[in-house]
Design a protein around this ligand. Sequence first.
Ligand SMILES: Cc1cc2nc3c(=O)[nH]c(=O)nc-3n(C[C@H](O)[C@H](O)[C@H](O)COP(=O)(O)O)c2cc1C
Length: 176
Amino acid sequence: MEFEDVIRKRRSIRQFEPEPIPDETIRKILALSQHAPSAGNLQAYRILVVTDSNGKGTLKNATYSKLNNAKQDWAFGAPVIIVICADTEASAERFGERGRDTYSIQDATLFAAYAQLVITSFGLASGWIGNVEEQALKDAFHLPEYLRIVALIPFGHPAGEPKPFERKSLNDILLG
Ligand SMILES: Cc1cc2nc3c(=O)[nH]c(=O)nc-3n(C[C@H](O)[C@H](O)[C@H](O)COP(=O)(O)O)c2cc1C
């Protein structure tokens, strides 16, 4: 797929076919996403891959029970959900507070953005969930305190259509 087509085709999809994604494909998606730039090339992120229904159940409860946000249930029908965590400690060791508060989050966010594009280029589709109950999710998966949950990326074969495309005009984002 041409790069411009990948960019245009990447849209948030909120309905997936249950068809599993082979481990090899998942690993390839993750390895390609590591090509994203990162501060000091530290790749200050850790990735949790959830494919089994137990794990998804735990994720769903940990993520939404407290928020009672049932409208994000769509995510848990995806065959794969990757939980992208910023490793604040790894970045802080090198870059101090800026590493802890900023660079690690940027590293993890870039990984997530690359992952969405790689997933699209593989003919698959993904969504993004930022609205998570972070502490509940960390507790459920016994994740260390220094990890920050940046995004959940559910992905698989698309079963639904994206919402109509909508963006600000370029002039609205240009300063000066
Ligand atoms: C930081 C961030 C948080 C997001 N959180 C959610 C979310 O909690 N639930 C959801 O359905 N989509 C979420 N999204 C997806 C956006 O709604 C979506 O990217 C936006 O509406 C543009 O649509 P598109 O991705 O189809 O181009 C999030 C995206 C980002 C970058």
